[in-house]
Design a protein around this ligand. Structure first.
Ligand code: PGA
Length: 243
């Protein structure tokens, strides 16, 4: 039974040849039965990687890093949930802090995206977390519980159960400064009191092969969302070996 998640967020990295090389490197790895391994590449790599993964018969799944909330229409430059699904993704990252801050995505839009993802039978990986200012003011718990409350208000438990929650404190993303396992555990334990029982909750923010184990040992952390350390196949395999 899958109860652990290792999610690679490649952000805007890799061309198709590099993605194929990564998948080829994977073929020699044995993947744990209890862990879903999910890679989120850029949109154009999805069909390329789907073909390679199917060819190598790897139990690796694909996620998109974003999507729009409409099914089709005059939305130049956007990609629909159905198009993502058609391209091979079963998951979609929604609300990543880079989209919230750089692309101005706010909760109103994100909730529409969550609804559209569920309609398209994609599993949303919903990212939330506090920023540096909020952390320094000692407000991490209030901020995160506020974000979880919004979700619980707008979605039924049945729908929330179809999601993966990713706690990603913004100050820890791409900075080399991860939260401590105890800090993350405290936030995850708090979220667990608000969410339906047994919800998968992953941590992301400067995770690497050195610190991954400490996070996974915490009772409320069911997986990891890894950015830069997921780009190198050897480093990614070292993280995977810890699961
Ligand atoms: P990072 O990114 O591991 O490079 O900090 C994590 C993320 O953005 O999901």
């Amino acid at each position: 039974m899958v109860n652990h998640y290792l999610i690679a967020n490649w952000k805007m990295h890799k061309l198709s040849a590099e993605a194929l090389q990564f998948i080829a490197g994977f073929s020699s790895t044995s993947l744990p039965d209890n862990t879903a391994v999910i890679i989120a590449p850029s949109f154009p790599l999805l069909p390329v990687m789907r073909t390679a993964i199917e060819g190598a018969r790897l139990p690796v799944m694909l996620a998109a890093q974003n999507m729009f909330y409409e099914e089709h229409g005059a939305f130049t430059g956007e990609v629909s949930p159905q198009q993502i699904y058609d391209a091979g993704a079963k998951y979609v990252i929604i609300g990543h802090s880079e989209r919230r801050t750089l692309m101005n995505e706010h909760y109103n839009m994100l909730s529409q995206k969550l609804k559209a993802a569920l309609t398209a039978e994609l599993t949303p990986i919903y990212c939330l977390g506090e920023n540096l200012q909020e952390r320094e003011a000692g407000h991490s718990k209030e901020v995160v519980s506020g974000q979880v409350q919004q979700l619980v208000k707008d979605f039924s438990s049945a729908d929330i159960r179809k999601m993966i929650i990713a706690y990603e404190p913004i100050w820890a993303i791409g900075t080399g400064k991860s939260a401590t396992p105890e800090e993350v555990e405290e936030i995850h334990a708090l979220m667990a009191t608000m969410l339906p029982p047994g919800m998968p909750m992953v941590y992301g923010g400067s995770v690497n092969a050195q610190n991954a184990q400490q996070f996974l040992q915490q009772p409320h952390i069911s997986g990891l969302l890894v950015g830069s350390a997921s780009l190198d196949i050897q480093e990614f395999q070292r993280i995977l070996a810890i699961f």
